[in-house]
Design a protein around this ligand. Structure first.
Ligand code: FMN
Length: 238
């Protein structure tokens, strides 16, 4: 599970992306076809990602009517939805496109009908995609010390792949920016663990997004993430 060919350029995308709500148009046909190829690769293990153009997004998203829908079989871990969905986000960013994860910002009646949702499937999130100017990168996140529960000297003692992986994980987007994760890191492993937040509805998806960012960080050092379920989250060896 969570096996995925990570594109090295996704690391630059992590340091460029922020949620975009105002667009100047949809993706070009060429961009759509590139994203369509990736959607096919991301669609397995109980998750299917499909692109749509048309109604379905709510009013706070302006200037694009293109979105990706993440369809999950009922017993699929929400972390997998986040992991695969964020891969699409980072690839769209690599192509110069803006994106925004949407849990509340879409109309379920329209989207469920577009997808012809089956009784064993559910949709928790869609991702708006379109042409946009990227704002200056300035994400508001908990500090690395808070997230890892380590002081500066302990963080500096980490190996290069672990340090890059936790830095990339820290930058992950999450619903209402709640960052419902803590990171536990040592010489051989990195774990993304649950942290209680006020509104936990999307916390599993958020942690999956965070896991992909950690895997992208490890990939920068030619390390391939292998994830294992542990108490309270997932652990990566790379
Ligand atoms: C699972 C998930 C659901 C989200 N739902 C919405 C939403 O319904 N409406 C919205 O405007 N933003 C939504 N967001 C975007 C977050 O508000 C945003 O990622 C967070 O505030 C951090 O900001 P940044 O993405 O610009 O770094 C969602 C993000 C995630 C990961």
């Amino acid at each position: 599970m969570f096996e995925l060919n990570i594109t090295p350029e996704w690391q630059d995308a992590i340091r460029k992306r922020s949620s975009i709500r105002h667009y100047t148009g949809g993706p070009t046909d060429e961009q759509l076809s590139q994203l369509g190829v990736l959607c096919k690769k991301l669609s397995w293990q109980g998750v299917t990602i499909r692109m749509f153009r048309g109604p379905g997004l709510k009013g706070n998203i302006r200037g694009t009517n293109v979105y990706a829908v993440i369809v999950a079989k009922r017993d699929t871990p929400p972390e997998l939805e986040g992991y695969m969905g964020e891969a699409l986000v980072l690839e769209a960013t690599r192509l110069g496109l803006g994106t925004c994860w949407l849990g509340a910002g879409f109309n379920p009646d329209i989207v469920n009908k577009n997808v012809s949702l089956q009784s064993d499937e559910q949709i928790h999130c869609v991702i708006a995609i379109g042409q946009a100017q990227f704002p200056t990168f300035n994400p508001k996140r908990r500090s690395l010390e808070q997230v890892c529960k380590k002081d500066e000297s302990a963080l500096n003692a980490l190996g290069p792949w672990q340090l890059t992986a936790v830095e990339d994980a820290r930058l992950a987007p999450s619903a209402i920016n709640q960052q419902p994760w803590n990171l536990e890191v040592d010489a051989t492993s990195l774990s993304v663990l649950e942290r209680r937040v006020l509104i936990g509805k999307y916390a599993g998806i958020d942690r999956g997004i965070c896991m992909l960012h950690a895997a992208v960080g490890a990939k920068a050092f030619q390390r391939n993430a292998i994830w294992k379920k542990v108490d309270g989250g997932y652990m990566m060896r790379a």
